[in-house]
Design a protein around this ligand. Structure first.
Ligand SMILES: Cc1ncc(COP(=O)(O)O)c(C=O)c1O
Length: 370
């Protein structure tokens, strides 16, 4: 018998590359001996958490000696009322990331197929890898999901189709009618996971009504998160909305206390915080416009984003540019791992952070300021 620890583990784990999170600001500053750095690497909310959530957290702190409500009653009911679905159609996750994993563990076995775009959220590929499923990877077309090609990639062995809209890392969104037609045109068997982590950043006319398909009983699981526009990434809370039988199945696999009491309380309050959401949307739109214009003025091409980040082609190795930016105190994400070797993904920050980012980029690219 082998003595190698790795040989004891599931064989699918051998090819699994751990998710590379953005470096914490404190560590970067300590390593480089810099201060006041700007982190625009993880698509977080630069305005901070929803103030209503913060207010709700204060009194909740005194109760953390108790286990959370494992059924997430208050939050599931609030979400049900908010979206016009029943609480039985709502599933809570430790971030929407946990739900991606849960759906993979629920349905995928070796020989099954998972369909997703070549340049989309990296966790879809990790889920396929860890379950031993066959990866059916469909190239993007003009940096957006190619829904016709994805439909053609679906076979009787397809168990899950993953679709991020807006897509990460491109920020591109597909017209709502095209998404709805795609979902309606899928065979009845596979589960379509519509990952809408950036849904709230979409203008109303670009928001697909995937929930209509859930209400109609289709095998669609809509994923949303409190990590982005609500500013609660550190609390780890997301949710899924799907037909009650699908939610019940996923709940069988879920750890009993997967979401914390603080996360549930904060999310329930944040859901009502229309002001914070509106302020964040306005800031994001203005920042996206500013950054896009600045990149274009520098002769750099940038993908048309509907999210709170931009994918920009800096025309030289992205890793080198991101390391040079780091030394200027600006933390961004190089996108080589996504098959974009000369691109950076830059989150929209506050106006001041965006200006810092552009000034640093000019310095790194050798372009005089002004
Ligand atoms: C498309 C997409 N889906 C899901 C997630 C996971 O978010 P969370 O687990 O924080 O809810 C992210 C995070 O960046 C994302 O970009």
């Amino acid at each position: 018998m082998s003595h190698r620890l790795e040989d004891l583990a599931s064989p699918h784990l051998r090819g699994l590359i751990p998710y590379a999170p953005g470096k914490p600001i404190e560590e970067v500053e300590r390593e480089l001996g810099i201060r006041d750095s700007v982190k625009v690497a993880s698509n977080e909310n630069p305005l901070g958490p929803s103030p209503l959530a913060l207010a709700a957290l204060g009194p909740a702190l005194a109760g953390v000696h108790r286990y959370p409500d494992g059924g997430g009653h208050a939050l599931r009911h609030a979400l049900g009322r908010h979206w016009g679905v029943s609480p039985e159609e709502v599933l809570l996750g430790n971030g929407s990331n946990e739900l991606l994993e849960l759906v993979g563990r629920c349905f995928l076995l070796p020989g099954d197929e998972a369909v997703y775009a070549a340049q989309s959220f990296v966790v879809y590929d990790m889920v396929a890898q860890m379950t031993g499923a066959t990866k059916v990877v469909v190239p993007l077309r003009s940096l957006a999901h190619d829904l016709d090609a994805m439909r053609r990639a679906v076979t009787p062995r397809t168990k899950i189709v993953f679709l991020a809209n807006p897509n990460n890392p491109t920020g591109t969104a597909v017209p709502p009618a095209a998404i709805e037609a795609f979902l309606e045109g899928l065979p009845a068997e596979p589960v379509a996971v519509v990952d809408e982590a950036y849904y709230e950043y979409l203008p109303p006319e670009l928001r697909p009504d995937a929930l209509r398909l859930v209400r109609g009983g289709r095998r669609v699981l809509v994923l949303r998160t409190f990590s982005k526009i609500y500013g609660l990434a550190g609390l780890r809370i997301g949710y899924g909305i799907g037909p009650a039988d699908l939610v019940a199945l996923l709940n069988r696999l879920r750890a009993p206390f997967n979401t914390s009491s603080l996360a549930q309380v904060a999310a329930t309050a944040a859901l009502q915080d229309t002001q914070h959401v509106a302020r964040t949307r306005a800031l994001t739109e203005a920042g996206r416009k500013y950054l896009t214009e600045q990149f274009q003025a520098l002769g750099l091409s940038v993908a048309p984003s509907q999210a709170n980040f931009l994918l920009v082609d800096v025309g030289r190795p992205g890793v080198a540019v991101s390391e040079a930016l780091l030394r200027q105190g600006v933390i961004v994400r190089p996108m080589g791992g996504y098959g974009f070797p000369t691109h950076l993904r830059i989150s929209v920050g506050t106006a001041q952070e965006n200006e810092r980012c552009i000034a640093a980029l000019k310095a790194v690219l050798g372009i005089p300021p002004g």
